[in-house]
Design a protein around this ligand. Structure first.
Ligand SMILES: [Zn+2]
Length: 425
């Protein structure tokens, strides 16, 4: 790509940046927590249709996905779950095809009083946009759409097929991304603009979700000695799983990417429910947990270790030894992913990065997961993950930094042009 083309695309991103932010704000304003992503998918479908993409908008059928690699069980009502893909087909084919993907689901906002401004009323303040999903990752999805717009506004059109995918469930199972592969979408590379702080994800953990189901024996507290408290028993199991976490972190010291991190495996008891009455010994306690695994670790083996850890802890507990707890798989069953067979798209991205940022892109070893794994592991589609900077994803006062968003949008636009090729419109 010559420097004039590059320059025109960079200028086009700047020229439309205010419009990009307005669209981002509208997108962030939709409270698209799990199960409520429909209005986001409607909005993306409209944005794609307005721009002349061929739109495929379908309901996800879990039966078609359940035998695919990386499927995680879905426990909630899934009857309204949809995926939206907009396809661009070039008149002339000379470059390489591309999947651009973003997830529109966001995690719950948590207690509203802990936000400075309401999570679904996005505001721009001091060069940052605040709101749930502003950073993770609605600004990235809209940025990719405007990156495509910038190529057009600069007077060019891509010379390869492009699929723009808006998916759900990235935050709990990944079945949205999986559904695009089941539907048959493939390309020579995939690019996901998650907020990576301007770094390229080199290696990322996988995640397992599971639920401890502890059953106690109810009694009035005045005779608590005869009951068995399911909540305190659950704490015993959590303690054992923290030891497993430490063991896995020890094992991580031999991983070539993760050995540089002090605590890459994080175990998190994330939800606890139990008991029915303050004066009754709780007869039940459910604890929803998340733990990470590293690339190359087999999910089935990790599941066996979790089961064995819980069983061993139960054996040395007075009550649990006769009333063993259950372990249920409640979401992610995801392998880790290490970027590979990616020299070509990385070379194209390297040029784009140099023009937008200057210098060479830094690697990121990521202790969370992204949807890239499905494309890479299931179909060997090299899957790049790169995007803006921000903070408090999954926390309070989440924001995306707008200068970094402008830059990452530029790098995205130049990468698309470099990878897919462009011709004069
Ligand atoms: Zn995300």
């Amino acid at each position: 790509m010559n420097s004039e083309t590059t320059q025109r695309i960079l200028e086009a991103v700047d020229a439309a940046f205010d419009a990009q932010l307005a669209t981002t704000r509208d997108f962030v304003a939709i409270p698209s927590t799990r199960g409520a992503e429909g209005p986001c998918q409607d909005m993306i479908g409209d944005l794609l249709r307005e721009r002349g993409y061929e739109v495929d908008d379908w309901h996800i059928d879990l039966d078609e996905l359940k035998d695919l690699r990386g499927f995680g069980p879905v426990e909630h009502d899934f009857s309204r779950a949809r995926t939206v893909v907009g396809t661009y087909r070039p008149a002339t084919v000379s470059g390489k095809s591309l999947i651009l993907q973003g997830h529109c689901d966001v995690v719950p906002a948590g207690p509203l009083e802990m936000w400075e401004t309401p999570p679904f009323s996005p505001v721009v303040r001091d060069g940052k946009m605040y709101g749930r999903g502003a950073c993770d990752m609605k600004s990235g999805t809209i940025g990719a759409l405007y990156a495509l717009d910038a190529i057009k506004a600069a007077g060019f059109k891509p010379t390869a097929r492009i699929h723009f995918q808006s998916v759900i469930e990235e935050e709990s199972t990944g079945v949205g991304a999986l559904s695009t592969l089941q539907r048959g979408y493939r390309a020579d590379a995939c690019f996901i603009p998650e907020p990576t702080g301007g770094k390229m994800v080199r290696s990322q953990v996988g995640v397992i979700w599971f639920r401890l189901k502890v059953r106690g024996h109810p009694a009035h507290v005045f005779e608590a000695g005869i009951g068995a408290n399911a909540i305190t028993a659950a704490y015993h199991l959590i303690g054992a799983l923290q030891k497993l976490e430490a063991e896995w972190n020890e094992r991580a010291k031999s991983d070539r990417h993760f050995k540089g991190l002090t605590h890459p495996i994080n175990f998190n008891p994330g939800i606890i429910r139990g008991g029915d009455w303050a004066s009754s010994v709780p007869a039940w306690c459910d604890v929803d947990c998340r733990i990470a695994v590293l690339p190359g670790w087999l999910i089935a083996e990790a599941q066996n270790e979790i089961r064995a850890c819980v069983a061993a802890a139960a054996r040395d507990h007075r009550f649990l030894s006769n009333n063993p707890p259950d372990v249920e798989w409640s979401g992610f069953l995801s392998e880790g992913y290490e970027l590979k067979d990616s020299a070509e798209p990385e070379a194209a991205f390297g040029k784009a990065y140099a023009a937008a940022y200057g210098g060479e892109v830094e690697d990121l070893v990521f202790t969370a997961l992204t949807d890239t794994r499905f494309y890479g592991l299931n179909y060997n589609i090299p899957s790049l993950c790169f995007g803006a900077a921000g903070a408090a994803m999954h926390g309070f006062n989440e924001y995306v930094d707008l200068q970094s968003l402008r830059k990452s949008t530029k790098a995205t636009a130049l990468f698309i042009a470099e990878w897919c090729g462009v011709e004069k419109a």
